[in-house]
Design a protein around this ligand. Sequence first.
Ligand code: TYM
Length: 332
Amino acid sequence: MAQKIVFSGIQPSGSPQLGNYLGALRNWVALQEDYSCRYCIVDMHSITVRQSPAALEKNARDLLAFLISAGLDYKKHILYAQSHVRAHAQLAWILSCFTYMGELSRMTQFKDKSQKHEDNINAGLFTYPVLMAADILLFGTELVPIGEDQTQHLELSRTIAARFNNLYGDVFKVPEAYITRTGTRVMGLQEPTRKMSKSDDPASANVVYLLDEPKSILNKFKRAVTDSDNTVRFAPEEKPGISNLINIYSAVTGKDFTDIEKEFEGAGYGKFKTAVAEAVISELEPIIKKYNEIRADAAFLDDILKEGAQKADAAAEDIMRKAQKAVGFISL
Ligand code: TYM
C-alpha cells in the first residue's frame, strides 16, 4: 500500500527558534519513519513581509543546513525550496478563485501582521493562506505537522479543498493537522504571554535561536521572566513564565508536568531554569555539531535543493493537472 503523505513548511525569514523546533521540526523528523514526507522552505511566503534579499537567501541556506542536521532524510523524502517549484504559484492562483475575501479577513495572522507592518499591507499578505493551502493540497497530503499558531490556516485549507471537491469531484485530499501535546505553543522568555517568533528582535533575550551559542541559551533561560512565588507549578494563566518553562522542559525531556513539579519541589527557580537550559542545550548539541560540518559546503546544499525541486515537481504534477482539468483549462 502506498504510504500516506505528510507536508509541512517553514519560512526562512530570520533564524529558526526553539518554538519552530519543538512545535514542528522535531515532529517532521519523527514522521519520516512511517510517512512519505515533503518538507519545504517557504521563501515565497517570506516576501509577504519586506526582506533584505541577501539575508533571505542566506537564511534559507542556513535553514536548509539546519533541517538536514536535525535529521531530515533528503534522500528518502523530499526537501526543497518553494520558489523552485512553479506548481505552488499555479495552484495558489486557482485556489484564490475559490477563497472568499471574508474568510481571509478573519485570519488572525493577517490581522496581527497588518498591525505590525502598517506601511506594507500587500495583497500577498492577505492571500498568504491560499498559497499555504496550495502547498498542502498539491501533494495529496493527509497529515500536516504544525504548531498551534497555524491551525486556523490549516482549517481554511480544509475548507477550500472541500469546496473545490464539492464542485468538481475528488481532486484534493482533505488534510489533518498533526499537533503534539507539548511544545506546540512555545512562548517568549521575556514576554510569556506572546508566542516566541523568529521575527522578534534578535537582540532581546525573548527568543532562543536554534543556532545560539550554549552560553547564550543558558543566559536567556536564566533571565526568563517568572513570578515571585518560587514554586514550580503549571498554571498558564497565573504563572505564564514558569508554565512556559515547564512546557519546554516537558517537550524536550518527555517528562510529564506532574513529574516535573515533583522533581523541582522546593528547588527554587534558579535551579529549574538551569535544568531547562541544559536540557535544551544537550538536545541541540548534536544538531549544531553536524550543522557546523555541512553549512560551508555550498555545492552539497545546492545539489540537495536541485534534486528536491525535481522530485517535488514530479510529485505535484498529477494533482496540478487534475485541478487544471477540473476548472476547464485546455488539456493537451
Ligand atoms: P513558520 O515559519 O512561522 O513556523 C514553522 C513551524 O513552527 C511552528 N511554530 C511554533 N510552534 C510552537 N511554538 C512557537 N512559538 C512557534 N512558532 C512557530 C509553526 O506553527 C510552524 O509549524 N505559514 C507557515 C509556513 C507554511 C506551512 C505551509 C506550514 C507555509 N506553507 C504548509 C505547513 C503547511 C509559517 O509561517 O510557519
